[in-house]
Design a protein around this ligand. Structure first.
Ligand code: HEM
Length: 403
């Protein structure tokens, strides 16, 4: 397209909806639908941001770092600007080529061989916990299963010494901070205030338990793989990115399995099918609903002109139900084979580095249940937690019927 023609492209239409209202956080489906159907890219005046919710545009914006940078931060506020300034995460908030070296060093620490060695530990914990909850019958699956499991095994392998209850409060704060400065954020900042000191110490060198991958990150810093003084922030990025997301994904998958007994029956017949169930769980209820980028200059996107230096929200939750990409997108189908296609784990250079860990955790705990539990019945309405950018359950009452 010629430069003159491009200059005549219109700005994106305005979508007058609030992606961070309590109603939308509890049930984002109306917002997702409007976002996808209004235009390939829209402008949301309340937050001065663009937003994309169709599969193709989300994929493009998340991976084209030359036009849509992560260096303004992956949240709504631009971390380079006065008032919002903070140091960037050395992994998530840098673009290639700087990102490439850091990512390479982390990938070495988190190689598939290393992760495979964790299987034994994850699996032993999963079998123990599944045995206990199957014996109990009535459970609140968020606390009793998803949190109990992830808060045991993930900090164990990360090797951080921190009270496990703190993780949830910190995770809420993190995913609230990716969104706007609203009541959800204020409430979670108040909640973490008393534990902030302990938390800051938790990812320093002294807080690392020998043998964990946290310690290996510090050793890699000593070997010159990371910039001096950044290992602690790397460990923090793992803590922030790896706990709540996985708890949320396991919770959504259990909720869907309880409401689709035919799909659970397939898992009971072949426990490896829980892998497909987890992919569907995070596709349909993407734990990380939105991640931001910033336009690097004036840009064009799908026939619209975007102003420079403006935040653009990638609504992965909306893209993962885009009928342009997925047949019958709202259907929970554990044989769909959408791993590597859905965008719940991101795409491009920043695609989730912990995806093998999340998948291993889900496979261990859901598989251990499938070997013991003939039926999962809903035992009450699920409740969602009010966190700006994290789709997660607060309560999920279930009845497990033992084989
Ligand atoms: C179901 C669970 C998970 C979900 C839904 C999830 C989601 C995501 C998404 C969407 C991104 C891309 C961010 C972006 O492009 O700006 C990402 C990156 C990342 N994730 Fe995960 N994640 C999960 C589990 C984990 C786990 C278990 C870990 C820790 C081992 C982890 C660590 C990270 C890190 C460090 C990054 C940044 C990678 C980079 O910037 O190169 N995540 N994750």
């Amino acid at each position: 397209m010629s430069q003159i023609a491009e200059a005549r492209l219109p700005p994106p239409p305005i979508l007058d909806m609030d992606p961070f209202s309590d109603d939308t956080i509890r049930d984002p489906s109306a917002f997702h639908q409007a976002l996808r159907e209004t235009a390939p890219v829209v402008y949301i005046e309340k937050y001065g941001m663009y937003a994309v919710g169709r599969y193709d545009e989300v994929r493009t914006v998340m991976s084209d770092f030359a036009r849509f940078t992560s260096e303004g931060g992956i949240g709504l506020s631009d971390i380079r600007k006065p008032g919002a300034w903070r140091s960037p995460s050395p992994i998530t908030e840098v673009d290639p080529p700087r990102h490439t070296a850091v990512r390479g060093a982390l990938t070495k620490i988190l190689s598939p061989i290393v992760i495979r060695k964790w299987r034994e530990h994850f699996s032993a914990e999963a079998e123990r916990l599944a045995e206990e909850v199957a014996g109990r019958g009535d459970i609140e699956a968020v606390k009793d299963l998803a949190e109990a499991f992830v808060l045991k095994v993930f900090p164990d392998v990360l090797g951080v010494d921190m009270p496990r209850d703190n993780f949830i409060a910190i995770g809420d704060m993190n995913f609230n901070q990716i969104g706007p400065n609203n009541d959800n954020l204020k409430r979670s900042l108040e909640r973490v205030e008393p534990i902030l000191d302990q938390y800051q110490k938790g990812f320093q060198r002294e807080g690392m338990i020998a043998g964990g991958f946290g310690e290996k990150i510090f050793q890699a810093e000593d070997a010159g793989d990371f910039a001096p003084g950044t290992a602690g922030v790397q460990v923090r990025s793992f803590l922030r990115a790896g706990v709540d997301t996985t708890i949320a994904g396991i919770g959504h998958t259990l909720n869907l399995l309880a409401r689709h007994p035919d799909q659970w029956a397939k898992c009971v017949a072949d426990p490896l099918k829980v892998r497909g169930a987890f992919e569907e769980g995070i596709r349909l209820h993407s734990p990380s609903q939105v991640m931001f980028r910033t336009t690097t200059g004036e840009q064009t996107l799908s026939g619209y002109r975007l102003a420079p230096d403006v935040k653009i929200g990638n609504f992965m939750g909306a893209a993962n139900r885009d009928p342009r990409k997925f047949d019958d997108p709202d259907r929970f189908d554990i044989d769909r084979d959408a791993a590597g296609i859905h965008l719940a784990l991101g795409t491009g250079a920043h695609i989730c580095i912990g995806q093998m860990i999340a998948r291993l955790e889900a496979e261990c705990i859901l598989g251990a249940l499938a070997r013991r539990v003939a039926r999962i019945d809903p035992a009450g309405e699920p409740e969602y937690r009010l966190v700006n950018t994290l789709r997660t359950l607060d309560r999920l009452p279930l009845r497990l019927v033992r084989k």
